[in-house]
Design a protein around this ligand. Structure first.
Ligand SMILES: NC(=O)c1ccc[n+]([C@@H]2O[C@H](COP(=O)([O-])OP(=O)(O)OC[C@H]3O[C@@H](n4cnc5c(N)ncnc54)[C@H](OP(=O)(O)O)[C@@H]3O)[C@@H](O)[C@H]2O)c1
Length: 329
C-alpha cells in the first residue's frame, strides 16, 4: 500500500508517498481501506517534529481521522462486516491506503454521507460535542462562545449548538470570514476579535449573565477574557493553543465566580474512551447527520499524493472548513 511518510522533520516537502507492507488485523481489529483522511493542525506540528504521537503509534505517518470501507476482519470481530462504510479517530496513520483499527472504535458512516465528506466529521464534531456537552455541560437554551468560529472545530460547534437548541456566539479575526462561518454554521451572534470586550458582546446578545460554556481554541492571552465572558458557575473548555501556551489569570475572580476551567485532547485518549465516544456518536449524532441537520464543512479535497500541498494550504489560514486527502489509487 501507499502511505504518506514524514521523511525527516521540516517543511511540507518532507511528506513523501512511499510503499509499505499491507498490515494484517489482529484480534478484534479490522483493516479499513481508507477512501479519505482529514488534515488537522496537529499533523503540521507532527511533520515539524513538535507533536509526537502517543507511545505505540507509528511516528512517521500522520493522520488523525479517516473514512473508508472494512476490507479485512481480524479474528473475533462481531460488530463489522466486509464492505461496511466506517469512519473514526485514530492517534496517527490515516494518511495511508489502509489502516488497522479496533472494530469497536469505528463509527458507522451515517446514511447519505459520502466517504469523501465523512473523513471531515470525526475530529471536528467529536471534539466540539465533547467540549460543549460532555465537558462543558451545555444545555438547551444556554449560550456558548466559540473562539474561533471559523475553525473546523468551531464550524462543527456552531451547528451542534443549534441542533441541541442552544445559542452560539462565534468569534473570528476577520469580519468577512466570520460572516461566512455564521452563514454556514448558523451562529446566533458574532464578535470580531479586538473590536471591543467579548464579555459585553456576550451579555448584549444573550441578555443574560454570560455564557454557560466558552469553547476556546486560542489559548495564550485569551483566558482572562474567556472567564469574563463566562457566567457565574460557567465553564471554559480549553481545546487548542493557536495563539500561545502561556497566560495569567485572576484566580480570585475564578474563585468568587465559581467557574470551571477544563482542558481536553482527543489524540491521547485510551482505546476504551475512543470506543465510548464512537458509540455515543452513533446514538446522538448519526441521526442528525442522516436527517441533514449536521453537515461537515469541506473547504477542499486533495489527492493523497498531494498531502504537502494540503499542509501548505492549511498553513496559509485562508481555508474555511476541512481539508480532505482522497485516496485515488
Ligand atoms: N484538544 C483536541 O483534542 C483538539 C482537537 C481538534 C483540534 N484541536 C485544536 O484546535 C485548533 C483548531 O483546529 P481546527 O482544525 O478547527 O483549525 P482550522 O480549521 O485550521 O482553523 C483555525 C482557525 O483559527 C484561527 N486562528 C489561527 N491562528 C490564530 C491565532 N494565532 N490567533 C487567533 N486565531 C487564530 C483562524 O481563524 P480566523 O483567521 O478566521 O480568525 C482559523 O480559521 C487547533 O489548534 C487544533 O490543534 C484540538
Amino acid at each position: 500500500m501507499k502511505v504518506i511518510a514524514i521523511q525527516g522533520h521540516g517543511g511540507p516537502d518532507v511528506l513523501q508517498l512511499v510503499d509499505r507492507e499491507l498490515p494484517a488485523p489482529g484480534r478484534g481489529e479490522v483493516r479499513v481501506e481508507v477512501r479519505a483522511a482529514g488534515v488537522n493542525r496537529a499533523d503540521l506540528l507532527q511533520r515539524q517534529g513538535l507533536y509526537p504521537p502517543p507511545p505505540g503509534v507509528a511516528a512517521d505517518v500522520p493522520g488523525l481521522e479517516y473514512a473508508g470501507t472494512v476490507a479485512e476482519l481480524g479474528p473475533g470481530c462481531t460488530l463489522r462486516q466486509l464492505g461496511d462504510p466506517v469512519m473514526g479517530l485514530v492517534a496517527g496513520g490515516a494518511y495511508a491506503q489502509s489502516l488497522l483499527v479496533h472494530e469497536r472504535e469505528t463509527i458507522a458512516v451515517p446514511e447519505a454521507l459520502p466517504l469523501a465528506a465523512a473523513a471531515g466529521v470525526p475530529e471536528a464534531f467529536l471534539t466540539a460535542y465533547r467540549a460543549l456537552f460532555l465537558e462543558g455541560g451545555l444545555g438547551a437554551g444556554d449560550w456558548c462562545v466559540i473562539r474561533a468560529a471559523t475553525s473546523g472545530v468551531g464550524l462543527a460547534a456552531g451547528q451542534l449548538a443549534g441542533a441541541f437548541a442552544a445559542q452560539a456566539l462565534g468569534t473570528g479575526r476577520d469580519a468577512q470570514r466570520l460572516a461566512r462561518a455564521a452563514a454556514t454554521a448558523g451562529f446566533a451572534a458574532t464578535h470580531v476579535e479586538g473590536s471591543g470586550p467579548l464579555a459585553e458582546a456576550v451579555r448584549a446578545h444573550s441578555g443574560g449573565p454570560g455564557a454557560a460554556v466558552v469553547l476556546d481554541l486560542l489559548g495564550g492571552g485569551h483566558l482572562q477574557e474567556n472567564l469574563q465572558a463566562a457566567a457565574e458557575e460557567g465553564t471554559v473548555v480549553s481545546v487548542g493553543l493557536l495563539a500561545g501556551t502561556q497566560d495569567r489569570i485572576d484566580l480570585g475572580a475564578l474563585l468568587m465566580r465559581r467557574q470551571r476551567l477544563i482542558a481536553m485532547t482527543m489524540r491521547s485518549l485510551p482505546l476504551e474512551r475512543r470506543i465510548a465516544l464512537a458509540r455515543l456518536f452513533e446514538r446522538r449524532l448519526s441521526p442528525l447527520f442522516a436527517a441533514g441537520r449536521l453537515k461537515p464543512t469541506i473547504d477542499r479535497h486533495f489527492p493523497l499524493a498531494d498531502a504537502a500541498e494540503a499542509h501548505r494550504h492549511m498553513a496559509q489560514n485562508h481555508h474555511l472548513g476541512k481539508l480532505i486527502l482522497i485516496n485515488t489509487g
